[in-house]
Design a protein around this ligand. Structure first.
Ligand code: NI
Length: 396
């Protein structure tokens, strides 16, 4: 159920338009950096909100500038991501995806719509300074935020805010904790090279499969033996490729996996220990190891002051009881982290489960966000921008 305090902020015609926009985006999902129709649809929706300045960024992204009361006050930004995932939808929704194997399984249809809703709210009740509403492509591939930053569109932004729908929380609940909110997500590949030969005469070769087996076990000791148990981290080997026949020792084995951490020191320790153990195990088995680590988004750690702005805004919009703790640390990655490397800000989790309904994990073929979460996200993000803008203007 939509809380009355939020419903009041959006007249019925605006509410209907936002719901229609969300359903339309959900019905026509597009993959990362291919959000052409999505971008055009959002461009039209933003243009209808108010006479805002609109710029295309990062190919299929948009930045709308909503005027504040004072053109010289510090600039604040709100971000909504807009891309979908390569999944065949199985929600059974009347507005389910019409595109085979593409689906809004992460709720970015709602994030895009709530960004437009926030633009509406900020046009009605402006912040102290201008607010940029950023509609970002390609979050799922971890490339979109970096592309938006490269465009220079956010160069003057002093604080940035975003959020994610989350069906672990009910509509009307908001997580705006200071501290770790999302993990770094780096991908590694270890190529073990040995000397192939006959499976019956292993002494003539150097077996990379035995080395790979030992390495999978040894890598688990990074988290269990090398890191502070109080710090969250994950090492997962998700793929191993080696061999072609039962009686042949291959030349190579390749392991691929993901590394997750919620603070920069632990992240670096994961990289260092991975390289050390790969080299050590390889040497033990007469192999050589080539390690590559493809860095994904860094962790999101909400700073205390920006989180306090978001908490204040949440209480203004929904009351004190709306604020709930994250609980279990989230080891998922989120490319909003790239903004926060350069710009202070806060990332929120916005409850998106209907009363009594199932949690349904994101990235599942059955995932969708409760429609009402759209208005909660719009209202909370708009108010967060106002609170931050006011605080920054006072301090400027
Ligand atoms: Ni997502």
């Amino acid at each position: 159920m939509l809380p009355d305090s939020v419903a009041r902020l959006f007249p019925p015609t605006v509410r209907d338009a936002l719901v229609a926009l969300r359903r339309d985006l959900h019905e026509h999902p597009e993959l990362s950096f291919h959000e052409h129709r999505t971008c055009e649809r959002l461009e039209a929706a933003l243009a209808a909100v108010a006479p805002v300045r609109l710029d295309r960024v990062a190919g299929t992204g948009l930045v709308a500038r909503i005027r504040g009361r004072d053109p010289n006050a510090p600039l604040v930004a709100i971000r909504g991501d807009i891309d979908a995932l390569p999944i065949q939808e199985a929600t059974g929704l009347p507005f389910a995806s019409r595109t085979p194997n593409v689906m809004h399984a992460c709720g970015h249809d709602v994030h895009a719509a709530w960004a437009v809703g926030a633009a509406h709210a900020l046009a009605q009740t402006p912040a102290a300074g201008d607010v940029l509403v950023v509609l970002q492509p390609a979050e799922e591939t971890g490339r979109g935020a970096a592309a938006v930053l490269e465009s220079g569109a956010l160069d003057d932004v002093r604080a940035i805010f975003g959020g994610h729908v989350d069906r672990r929380f009910a509509v009307g609940q908001v997580v705006a904790d200071a501290g770790p909110l999302a993990a770094s997500a780096d991908v590694f590949e270890i190529e073990l090279t040995g000397r192939g030969g006959h499976g019956a005469r292993p002494q003539e070769g150097a077996d990379p499969i035995v080395g790979a087996g030992a390495l999978v076990g040894a890598l688990q000791t990074i988290v269990s033996r090398r890191l502070d148990p109080a710090r969250a981290a994950v090492v997962t080997v998700g793929a191993i490729h080696a061999g072609s026949a039962p009686n042949i020792i291959p030349d190579r084995a390749v392991l691929q996996g993901t590394l997750r951490a919620t603070d920069p020191d632990t992240r670096q320790a994961l990289h260092d220990e991975l390289r050390k153990i790969a080299g050590g195990v390889a040497a033990t088995y007469g192999l050589s190891a080539r390690v590559t680590i493809d860095q994904g988004p860094p962790p999101i750690v909400n700073p205390a002051d920006a989180a306090a702005w978001a908490r204040t805004a949440t209480v203004v919009v929904l009351g004190q009881e709306a604020l709930v703790p994250l609980g279990t640390i989230n080891m998922g990655g989120e490319d909003f982290a790239y903004y926060m490397e350069r710009i202070p800000g806060c990332f929120l989790r916005i409850g998106a489960r209907e009363e009594g309904a199932e949690p349904i994990p994101a990235h599942s073929s059955k995932f969708y966000a409760a429609e009402e979460s759209l208005f909660v996200g719009a209202a909370v993000l708009a108010e967060t921008a106002r609170v931050a803008s006011k605080a920054l203007a006072a301090g400027a």
